[in-house]
Design a protein around this ligand. Structure first.
Ligand code: S3P
Length: 438
């Protein structure tokens, strides 16, 4: 199998105005809810990454007619209603996408047909009991491998019952899975979260006409309703913008504007943390689009200081830690992260993989059980391994802006899961990046 490498020369600065691709979380949900709705849903700004396309293809496989995405990210979904999905003879292949698998496990537990969900090597190693155990309490019958991993074999025709669930971890995927299962359940389904997590499912369900109530940490909905088609505007993904927020912060002389970025309060941990480190980020033209707050973000370089990352920001920045570790490596002093054990079960073990890569570059980065301790200083070059994790690849690409020698990053193909065109866009604003196929 061929493999993509990034070769990034040291130095440079980031300048210009760009729009990064659409939000991955919102793109997934637009296909799921649009497919279950009555009527035709129009989506704009859809992320044409492999993860969201895996969700799109899964619904096509279950008989939903979906047009697009066009080059401009327009998708038209001809909704089939709550009971209009059809069985698929083939398993649904969800590739690298944890969001597809976890949300679909809930949505598909209440169907009349059996179905199998499978994924690539990374996804097949990720924990699924966090969804299959609570779904079983609702009545679902799902078989996993002996160690609780995919493939998931979901039995159809099983009546689901609403329930109240106290989530043991702060996970939007688990919350969303159970709310989507709750649409098919008798009575009320409530999920209590230990800390706020991204609320795109709740917002979008409201947009499709389903009432989702929230009282403190408890989110509830009632089963048996219908979804009405609507329009969904997908903002640019703050998780993709994050690479540029850090890149422009650490590269002296940078001045970069990122347009139409989603700034949902459950996603802005990266801005809060970077600002606390001393970053110069302006939030401009704040507006609401399709039920989600968006803004343009202007970032200029600034000296960063190491901090102790506030615990309450951890779930709000959960996907941004790989690149925040790069910011920490460029900051003055020590940065300490705690309470982030979830990073160990992402597309890779992001604590270990980042610690290994930073160490290769000469940074003092010590992993702990639930976080990392990084001493800021100078960074050299070298060969780092992404472990096929998209966010690790892009984080080390940005590190080159402050490295003293080239950085070569192995196994970057999966950048396409969330950020197709990353290297072209990054090069256009000043990153000295080249792709090599081997
Ligand atoms: C996501 C939730 C998060 C995040 C993932 C997308 C979502 O996962 O890491 O990239 O769209 O709901 P967890 O729920 O496992 O924290």
């Amino acid at each position: 199998m061929s493999s993509l490498k990034f070769m990034v020369q040291p130095g440079g600065q980031l300048k210009g105005t760009i729009r990064v691709p659409g939000d991955k979380s919102i793109s997934h949900r637009s296909i799921m809810l649009g497919s279950l709705a009555e009527g035709t849903t129009e989506v704009s700004g859809f992320l044409q990454g492999e993860d969201s396309l895996a969700t799109l293809n899964a619904f096509r496989q279950m008989g939903v007619q979906i047009e697009g995405p066009t080059a401009a990210g327009k998708v038209t979904i001809y909704g089939v209603g709550m009971n209009g999905l059809k069985a698929s003879a083939q398993p649904l292949d969800l590739g690298n996408s944890g969001t597809s698998m976890r949300l679909l496990s809930g949505l598909l537990s209440g169907q009349q047909f059996d179905i199998i969900l499978e994924g690539d090597e990374s996804l097949s190693g990720r924990p699924m009991r966090r969804v299959t155990d609570p779904l079983a309490e609702m009545g679902a019958t799902i078989e996993t491998e002996a160690d609780g991993t995919a493939p998931l074999r979901i039995k159809g025709g099983i009546p689901m019952k609403g329930f109240h669930y106290e989530m043991p971890m702060a996970s939007a995927q688990v919350k969303s899975c159970l709310l989507l299962a709750g649409l098919y359940a008798e009575g009320q389904t409530c999920v209590t979260e230990p800390a706020p997590t991204r609320d795109h499912t709740e917002r979008m369900l409201n947009g499709f006409g389903v009432e989702v109530s929230r009282e403190k940490e408890r989110i509830c909905l009632s089963g048996g309703g219908q979804l009405q088609a609507t329009q969904v505007d997908v903002p640019a993904d703050i998780s993709s913008a994050a690479f540029f927020l850090v890149g422009a912060s650490i590269a002296e002389g940078s001045d970069l504007t990122l347009q139409h970025v989603g700034i949902n309060p459950t996603r802005i941990g990266v801005i809060n943390i970077l600002r606390e480190m001393g970053a110069n980020i302006e939030v401009l033209n704040e507006r609401v689009s399709g039920g989600e707050p968006v803004a343009d973000l202007r970032v200029q370089s600034a000296p960063l200081q190491g901090i102790e990352i506030p615990l309450d920001q951890v779930p709000l920045a959960i996907d941004e830690f790989p690149v925040l570790f790069v910011a920490a490596a460029c900051a003055q002093g020590e940065t300490i992260l705690r309470g982030a054990e979830e990073l160990r079960v992402k597309e890779s073990d992001r604590i270990q993989v980042m610690a290994d890569g930073l160490t290769t570059l000469g940074v003092d980065a010590k992993p702990t059980v639930d976080g990392i301790v990084i001493q800021g200083g100078t960074m050299g070059g070298g060969i780092v391994h992404s472990h096929h994790d998209h966010r690790i690849s892009m984080s080390f690409a940005m590190a080159a802006l402050r490295a003293t020698a080239p950085i070569e990053i192995e196994d970057c193909d999966n950048v396409n899961t969330s950020f197709p065109g990353f290297s072209t866009l990054a090069a256009a604003v000043g990153l000295k990046i080249e792709e090599h196929q081997s």
